[in-house]
Ligand binder design. Sequence first.
Ligand code: ATP
Ligand code: LTN
Length: 333
Amino acid sequence: MENTKKILYSAVQPTNNLTIGNYLGAIKNWVNLQNEYDCFYAIANMHAITVRQNPAELRQKTLALLALYIACGVDPEKCTLYVQSHVPCHAELAWVLNTFTYVGEMERMTQFKDKSAKHADNINMGLMDYPVLMAADILLYQADVVPVGMDQRQHLEITRDIAQRFNNIYSPTFKVPEAVYQKVGAKINDLQDPVKKMSKSGENPNGAIFMTDDKDTIMRKFKRAVTDSDMQIKYDPENKPGVSNLLSIYSVFGNKTIAEAEKDFEGKGYGDFKLAVGETVANKLAPIQAEQAKLLADKAYLDEVLKNGAERAFKAARKTLSKVYKKIGFYQL
Ligand code: ATP
Ligand code: LTN
């Protein structure tokens, strides 16, 4: 039974605190899919260092992210939870895949262009190579599906291209993965600038709701959220991006369809609407925050989860890497 399950792979970088965009776009889906798939969920600390990190904070954020995965409902008994740098195969496969990836392809990546503009003083090789490391992550585990937010679409496409390229030159070696997105929640937008994605490292902290925000902060940010002047609470992302974004947030946190969400606010004003969205989010986050704090107090348990995870991940990853080394002609002892 166990072996017939398809494989799922995903990861989040331990940069900053997560936003509800990360939760709704990715982690919530991970929880829904964990029974159906054999899941690997990584903490992508090697990706994180492509922009400069404070070492003490990076260490702390790594454990905080693990605790958050578990607090959100990811079950370490069912899934493999591990830290990317604990499995050296990621760096090793990334090196090989670099030789199957063109500089021009990497220069055209939207995230590379955005991050280069944002960190103009540190456009390092790692930032450019980010998608290749991500391809290595996914391909090492022969993943069938990769649940991510819409912003990762281009990275998933290049992963598929690299896999197919390698398979065509040698023989079928890598599974060509499919991206899976949430129907609602795959792109949560900034509360202050609702045509831009909500980002954990965005400029305006009022634009993002962090998973660690307390109720007062959440209510204040929703109260200030940008809407429009027509006073209609209906879902129309094109013409009413602010209101539509709030409706999406409300519907996924409240487990409702968009139509049900619209119905809840028939005849109501924006003031009431924003309060209700804030209440719904704060009530959902409170138990997650409490559970995360409890888990963080038990470092021995978290370390144990990571140790088991690294062992399981290494076994799976090493198998693929050995195959690759053989195919490309690396001399084996
Ligand atoms: P950063 O701002 O540091 O670049 P980020 O907020 O984009 O980070 P990542 O660690 O890059 O976060 O992404 C983690 C996961 O969250 C990915 O699957 C990504 O697609 C998803 N995600 C990020 N932002 C959003 C969003 N606004 N809406 C939906 N999903 C999102
Ligand atoms: N780049 C991803 C994080 C990430 C990832 C992965 C996601 C690193 N490796 C492998 C899916 C599969 C992001 O969400 N920014």
